[in-house]
Every structure is written in C-alpha cells, then in structure tokens.
Write a new protein. Structure first.
Length: 299
C-alpha cells in the first residue's frame, strides 16, 4: 500500500494488509507512550536481488522468486497464509521498502510463551466472540489465571490503548518471556495491521478498557500529558518518525487520528472514574517503581 491508501471499508480485519510503515510507527508510538515493549524497528530500502535472492541458502525461498510481466523482481516466500504469486512482493525493479526489527534473544536463551488474548476476535465473518455479547465478561477474566494476580490485566489494558491509538484489530495472541512467570511484561509484537484507517475509530478495540475500568497510574499520567498542547501526541510522533530512513512514515490524517483517539481513551477512563471512583480504577504502580513516568516525554 502507498502511505495515502486506506484499508477498503469492505475488508474484514483478518484480510487486511500488513504494512511495513505500521511496524515502524508502532515502535515509535510504543516509546512515546513509555511502554518500551516493541523491539526496535527501522525502515530501509532493500535490494531484493543482491540482499535476498543472491545470498539466501534457503532453496524453498529462492524458488519463490520470479520476474513479473512488468520486469520487476518479485517473491512470495513460504508461510501459512498469503504466500502465493497473487500476493507477491515486487520491487521497482528490485528495490523495495521494508521494516527491519531487532532480533529477540534466541529461544534457547530466552524461551517465550504465547498466550491467547482474552479479548481475541472470532476471526469469523458471522460469529461474535464472548466478550462482544457479555458486558460482564471482564469479571470472568479477572478470576482466571494469570489475570487474577500481578500486573497482567493492567498490561492488557496498556496493550488495548496502544492498539486503539493505531487502529489495530489483529491482537489475537501475545507473547511473554517464560523465565519471569507472571512477573513479566507483554511483548508488543506484530503491529503490521495498524494505521490502516485514519477516518474511522474502531471503538470495539477499547472494550477491554471499558469493561474492566482498570489502568496503571503511570499510563494514565502519560496519556494526560500527551493530550496537552505542548506535548501533543501527534507532534511528538511526527518529530520522532522524521528520524527514520523512509520518512514520511505516516501521513498527517493518521497523526491527527491519534490525537482524536487519545481523547476517546481519556473519556472512557473519566467515565470509569466517575462510576467506580479513582482508587478503584487507577492502580498506583509508581510507588514500587520509584519513578514517575508522568514526566515530560523526551524529544
């Protein structure tokens, strides 16, 4: 997709495109929110011939390269979905933009565990998920390990806010480092389906937050700060994204959409606080950390 293209309105979330610029923007957003759970991602232009085809030792991958009718070098790789000639990646003629992410530690060094997101969508054209039909669904989640203790539920709320600001509906699973058990954090991986629509705010992404009415104090303070004119989220994102090789990463309507969505998140939290009281909604995580992440974001 070009930067200006929006996801077609008739596309289901599970058939949307994966966008390299969304992976880049997600990394910058994650840093500005002070979550720092996305491995570093940078954009670059790749020469598909010299840097992939001519150096790969993977014969299966090598066989998926071909020359298109427009004389461009293309390949489609090996995977469960979309790896076919119809969904090939094509260069011009062999130059292509991509996002490169830092490697996580090898699984032999740091095993990861994959968890099903409690608010996973049905991935079906007609069926609804349980959370979509049961307004008290969060009460059930709160009583289920690992969400019945520790910070895991609050980490899900962080991830929910992160996804809503991007418009990412594709958070079916998440990963943690196994070594730390329930005293861990969620790794914010696979953000390629964010930033597809700037003209639409997908409120269903915020359902975990509105159902549970829980948030970390550090997150709440950071959101309030980013809503202020002098530390505006869109301005910080624009400035941060200018450092990437493939800048501009997001067009202005996407940047402005984040400011609009931030106001919606704060409104949901304000409604929760009015209904349940500040101390029942906002969890003070700053006492144990000994740091105040509600301070001015670094530019």
């Amino acid at each position: 997709q070009t930067r200006e293209q929006e996801t077609p309105p008739d596309f289901f979330y599970f058939s949307d495109f994966e966008r390299h610029n969304a992976e880049i923007a997600a990394y910058h957003l994650d840093r500005i929110l002070d979550f720092r759970r996305v491995p570093p991602v940078a954009g670059r232009v790749v020469n598909m011939t010299k840097e992939i085809r001519d150096v790969t030792r993977d014969k299966k991958l090598w066989r998926t390269f071909f020359i298109s009718p427009a004389n461009n070098i293309c390949f489609y790789g090996e995977c469960s979905y979309y790896c076919s000639t119809e969904h090939a990646l094509c260069g011009k003629p062999d130059q292509i933009e991509g996002s490169l992410a830092a490697f996580l530690p090898d699984l032999a060094l740091a095993k990861r565990r994959t968890w099903r997101n409690p608010w996973r969508r049905s991935y079906h054209k007609r069926k609804k998920a349980e959370w979509e039909v049961d307004p008290d669904y969060c009460e059930e989640v709160k009583q289920t390990p690992p969400y019945d203790s520790g910070t895991r539920l609050l980490d899900i709320m962080d991830m929910t806010i992160f996804d809503f600001l991007m418009g990412n509906m594709d958070r079916h699973h998440y990963e943690t480092f196994e070594k730390f058990g329930n005293e861990t954090f969620i790794i914010h991986l696979d953000n390629g389906r964010g930033f597809g629509k700037h003209s639409h705010d997908e409120l269903s992404i915020l359902v975990p937050l509105s159902q549970c009415c829980r948030v970390k104090k550090s997150t709440h303070l950071r959101l309030q700060l980013l809503a202020k004119e002098e530390f505006k989220l869109s301005a910080l994102m624009e400035e941060s994204l200018q450092t990437d090789t493939l800048s501009p990463i997001l067009i202005r309507p996407h940047l402005e959409a984040m400011d609009r969505r931030l106001r919606l998140v704060l409104q949901v939290l304000a409604d929760c606080i009015e209904k349940e009281g500040y101390s029942n909604v906002v969890e003070d995580d700053l006492v144990t950390q000994g740091t105040n992440t509600g301070t001015v974001p670094q530019r």
